[in-house]
Design a protein around this ligand. Structure first.
Ligand SMILES: [Zn+2]
Length: 404
């Protein structure tokens, strides 16, 4: 059995998921949420990959014992808000693992959002003094993971509403309500990670709660591994003699931990770069043109393109985001927001070049973008234009993108 992030199998079919997770980890470390959703059949390892990132997420530094994970530089919680640097220094600081909090579809509102501790409440005009923060406020500066989000959207509308609020803005907001008392709002900076199997009951999220589906910046559809080598290795990992080799595991442990340290250092370095990075104007203009020309309608989609293009260029160690970076993340950003035909049209339009590049999209002396794309698709993915409609998850043509 695989125990650690470094041991996870990487193959063509899950590369996009690893990339999406890397982008979200980097963004979260830099304090800007990136909400991601992995859709796929059972056995594709999507939830395992997401959960195992806990092995490599860097620690965060918070005000000592603060369950809201207050950043010592800008404390936000009801207890530490407004305190001076000297006061915070008196309380002290501590490093804790980056929060990775999981909620299930059967969770209760009070557990997820929080409640008001009536016993502690002395002044009903200031209910935040006696707040018991739920799982979401405690995930501040980290990741909130929801497995089977389609089931949650179907059976827990009140929790879904909380997620909609949380993901509606960056940073998000959680409201804590108690009968007869004013509502208390808590700021929460958290990336929501979700997984679901759209082929199982109750079906894909976009058909149950479109608004929730659109809140995800990126969605990755996971295929089954098809490589014989990969499957053979997976079989071996699960074979009884492999499982009964604790010595082998022991021997590898040091190497695995070293690998994890390297991953963590890389994430921190990328986050540092991300904090300082901007999108070149011509790429921003290009994204704006996509929006107008293809009637994209979801502003969230083009915001995700802007954030995603920069992140994608960074995790690929490039100095600056290019139109290529936008092209490569388009399926992650648009696949859950439009029907397959329109998506293919956007991608094709994009790779054709021509008038779309008239604002100077090609860097002087740069490689031919179209050729580079063809090369990329050959190596890393099937071009969308080669996919049949049924290969794409969302074939519902009637989606409307009216935002609340
Ligand atoms: Zn605090």
């Amino acid at each position: 059995m695989l125990k650690y992030y470094a041991q996870l199998e990487r193959y063509e079919g899950n590369k996009a998921l690893f990339d999406m997770i890397k982008m979200s980890m980097v963004s979260t470390i830099a304090n800007e949420p990136l909400h991601i959703h992995a859709e796929g059949l059972r056995g594709t390892g999507k939830t395992t990959i997401m959960r195992k990132t806990q092995d490599i997420l860097p620690p965060i530094v918070r005000v000592k014992d603060c369950i809201y994970n207050c950043d010592p530089a800008k404390p936000h919680c009801p207890v530490h808000r407004g305190m001076s640097a000297a006061d915070i220094a008196d309380i002290g600081i501590e490093a804790i693992p980056m929060p990775f909090v999981e909620i299930s579809h059967s969770a209760k509102v009070g557990t997820v959002a929080g409640s008001i501790d009536l016993a502690k409440l002395t002044d009903t005009r200031k209910p935040e003094a006696g707040l018991l923060p739920g799982l979401i406020p405690q995930a501040h500066r980290g990741i909130l993971f929801v497995d089977e989000i389609n089931r949650l959207a179907d059976t827990a509308p009140e929790i879904t509403d909380i997620l909609l609020d949380l993901m509606g803005t960056k940073p998000g907001v959680v409201q804590i309500e108690e009968a007869g008392l004013p509502v208390v709002s808590v700021k929460v900076n958290v990336s929501v990670w979700a997984a679901s199997n759209p082929d199982e009951d109750p079906g894909p999220v976009e058909e149950i709660r479109r608004q929730l589906s659109d809140r995800f910046d990126m969605v990755c559809y996971m295929g089954r591994p098809t490589s014989i080598d990969v499957l053979a290795r997976m079989l071996k990992e699960n074979f009884h003699t492999t499982k009964l080799e604790p010595e082998r595991e022991q021997m590898n442990l040091a190497a695995i931990m070293k690998k994890h340290e390297e991953y963590t250092e890389t994430l921190l370095r990328w986050a540092e770069i991300y904090r300082e990075s901007d999108l070149p104007d011509f790429v921003r203009n290009y994204i704006a043109r996509l929006y107008v020309k293809h009637n994209l309608e979801s502003i969230r989609a083009i915001e995700a393109m802007q954030q995603g293009a920069v992140l994608y260029s960074i995790i690929n160690e490039r100095d600056q985001a290019s139109i290529n970076d936008v092209t490569r993340i388009l399926p992650l950003i648009l696949q859950h927001r439009m029907d397959a035909d329109s998506l293919i049209r956007v991608i094709n339009d994009d790779s054709k070049g021509g008038s779309m590049f008239s604002t100077g999209g090609k860097k002087a002396g740069g490689k031919d973008e179209t050729a580079e794309d063809a090369e990329f698709f050959k190596k890393e993915a099937r071009p969308l234009k080669d996919l049949k409609r049924k290969d794409l998850i969302n074939t519902e043509k009637s989606i409307d993108f009216n935002r609340d």
